[in-house]
Ligand binder design. Sequence first.
Ligand code: DUC
Ligand code: ZN
Ligand code: ZN
Length: 478
Amino acid sequence: MSGFDLLIKNGTVANASDVARCDVGIRGGRVVALAEDLGTDASEVIDAAGLYVLPGGIDSHVHLSQPSGPGIVMADDFASGTRSAAIGGNTLVLPFCLQQKGQSLREALNAYHALAEGNCHVDVSFHLIVSDPTESVLGQELPALIDDGYTSFKVFMTYEDLRLTDLEILKVMEVARQTGALVMIHAENYDAIRFLTERLEREGRTAPRHHATSRPIAVEREATHRAISLAQITDVPLMVVHVSNGEALDEIRRGRRAGLKILSETCPQYLTLTADDLDGLNMEGAKYVCSPPPRDVASQKECWQGIEDGAFDVFSSDHCPFRYDDAAGKLTPRGRTSFRWIPNGIPGIAARLPILFSEGVVKGRISLQRFVALTSTNHARIYGLHPRKGTIAIGSDADIALWDPARRLTLTHDLLHDGCDYTPYEGMQITGWPVMTLVRGQIVMREGEMVGTRPLGGYVSRGFSEYVGGPKGPAPLG
Ligand code: DUC
Ligand code: ZN
Ligand code: ZN
């Protein structure tokens, strides 16, 4: 009998803490040995000379098969979304399970599990979206689900059917404090967006570009400030997702200086796109409609600064795919009447890691370790998956991506294998590419092609976030 199921030899192993030239021995889906030379006694040996051996990417912000309103269909289900994730060097994704108004969380989860079951090419775990915080949701359902391993949930400060009032957000945060869950927030001011949208429509300024005009930086900055204040009042940690600019980031920095546990996320679109991308002939700009919208070059620089100096904890894709040339996607007939009806969101699940590697590591903005922290380890720690996930260590799942740091290519949609019909990053010059993805020791992607006959990914229940530290009881008054 051979010693290992699989040996990865001669590679450069990088964790968030350190980089070493060493072999990785895998047995039973887990890492069981790390040493300079582990010999060759294995059922299969992979020669990783010249390659980086990294913890598989964890994308903690993706949307798959999410109900998106009448007549609109998301471009990726669990099969295509997780396939694309594997192509891009990811081994686990965290999509959102959306509670629709009037629906119980449990009902939403059962339906979501049924969609995922047997269809995932990488591991999955779910955040909840709480849109209807009734007494029974707050008093019974949410606490029970948090106990069951759904230890994070997102709330929205905007969107007609999703937004919570400040009072509701406070109540939800109080539940998070008592149960140990992590609250994620979409911070944009609903009333301000509505006011600006109505004015733009009155003026006939309805093209995709005006999606960005209707959501200026002040809309996000104000909501970020308010969300942090609400988290302070209830004494809970808070994750501010998809931060797009320096003013919102300054609110986060200010909160942290005041001793608050504020975590933050940014995404590829805020490093690489601007509001000018929403211009374009006819409806082309719809391809870039997402919220918050991409800003300007100065904001990109401010986001890079946050990536470099540690202000951002995680880099996620916010993969929220809608086909472009499709009446159930970006070209919905109503979208031609006003930007307000264009489905919100852009794809990025496979492009996320190559973009940060190429623009960040290769261009010398961040170290390889920081890349691993931002794309894998911090996600695992923040969302209760560490050390099982997010690191190459003895006992951890063998979730690994092999990277060719010298591979150069032009990003095109056909490389990404998602269910969309475009990528917003078409034509980007990329250096560094994932050439193999292993989920729990099984090769699922090799050289841009899926391997194996059936999807191997499974559902993963989570513990508490390292940054929350478990249930706290009611916040002390005054
Ligand atoms: N928020 C997201 O997190 N994703 C897409 C759309 C949105 O508003
Ligand atoms: Zn959001
Ligand atoms: Zn999102």
